[in-house]
Write a protein that binds this ligand. Structure first.
Ligand SMILES: Nc1ncnc2c1ncn2[C@@H]1O[C@H](COP(=O)(O)OP(=O)(O)O)[C@@H](O)[C@H]1O
Ligand SMILES: [Mg+2]
Length: 274
């Protein structure tokens, strides 16, 4: 039951037990009639992730490194947001925090209306599995499993049968152009091929939030453009969003919005070319 509407957070409504839930404009009006008096509070676009004053540091005293220094931003459904900035600027740390892999020292992250800092380890793991797929620079593939088995893992974790999961995995392998490598042990693939396996594995669970950290470092231009065109055409819709950290200007044309980050701070936004 919605009892209040948080003007500052626009599309977020508080339930009677204090949880933030995402609601679209129609739901908000239906649930809270007095909202009709303040339509200005409601934005047309729904927010997937809200990051509020995120700070993260490593070490203490003289050895303290501030990786993220008070970052606040929203990510909307339906957009491909790029994070761009020099190496060491805190981009990977920020991705780890908003995907729930790492806790911030300060600030909060609200994903699909849930403050993920309030979830315990098991709830967080479950929530991540059904919501967020992350492809980090180190792909975390299991070297002794085959290509198809690696891609099938998210389905196995969701308790699908191996047979079913492998059929699905092969669909995604053909999308990334690796259908003929399905039964080869991953350790035998090239670096670029392994990256494509990781991309297929990230996509197979059809996450509402897809996060890619420097996806293009070891792929040639054509492969990169093919995969991003696929993500833009087939994965991105009004119920999903894609967040990409990259320094690769070859793919800026796919961005809806570009966020600049330097020395742990967000230094600006600009509209992308899409
Ligand atoms: N686990 C860690 N322990 C100590 N320092 C870290 C750790 N992770 C990142 N850092 C430091 O935080 C800063 C930001 O790193 P990172 O988030 O990887 O930046 P980027 O992805 O923009 O290159 C760097 O100075 C880095 O050395
Ligand atoms: Mg990085």
């Amino acid at each position: 039951m919605l009892t209040d509407f948080d003007i500052k957070n626009n599309n977020w409504a508080k339930t009677s037990d204090g949880e933030n839930v995402l609601c679209n404009q129609a739901d908000a009006y239906a649930a809270v009639p007095q909202l009709a008096l303040r339509p200005i509070a409601i934005q047309a676009r729904n927010i997937a992730i809200q990051a509020r004053n995120i700070a993260k540091w490593f070490g203490e005293g003289n050895t303290r490194t501030v990786a993220v220094d008070g970052a606040s931003f929203d990510i909307y459904f339906g957009e491909m947001l790029f994070i761009v900035g020099p190496s060491g600027g805190g981009k990977t740390t920020l991705l780890r925090i908003i995907s729930g892999k790492m806790r911030p020292n300060e600030g909060e992250v609200i994903v699909l209306g849930k403050n993920i800092g309030c979830l315990d380890k098991d709830d967080l793991a479950h929530f991540r599995l059904s919501t967020i797929a992350v492809l980090f620079q180190d792909y975390h593939l299991l070297p002794r499993l085959t290509t198809a088995e690696n891609v099938a893992i998210p389905w196995i974790l969701k308790k699908s049968s191996w047979r079913r999961a492998l059929v699905e995995a092969k669909k995604y392998l053909s999308i990334v152009g690796l259908e003929d490598r399905a039964d080869i042990v991953v350790a035998k693939l090239s670096h670029g091929e392994q990256q494509r396996v990781a991309i297929a594995r990230a996509m197979i669970s059809q996450p509402s939030i897809l996060i890619l950290d420097e996806p293009t470092l070891s792929l040639d231009g054509d492969a990169v453009r093919k995969i991003l065109a696929f993500i833009h055409g087939k994965i991105l819709n009004e119920k999903t969003c894609v967040l990409i950290v990259t320094r690769d200007a070859r793919i800026f044309e796919f961005a809806d919005r570009i966020m600049y980050m330097e020395d742990g701070k967000i230094t600006g936004f600009c509209k992308g070319m899409k």
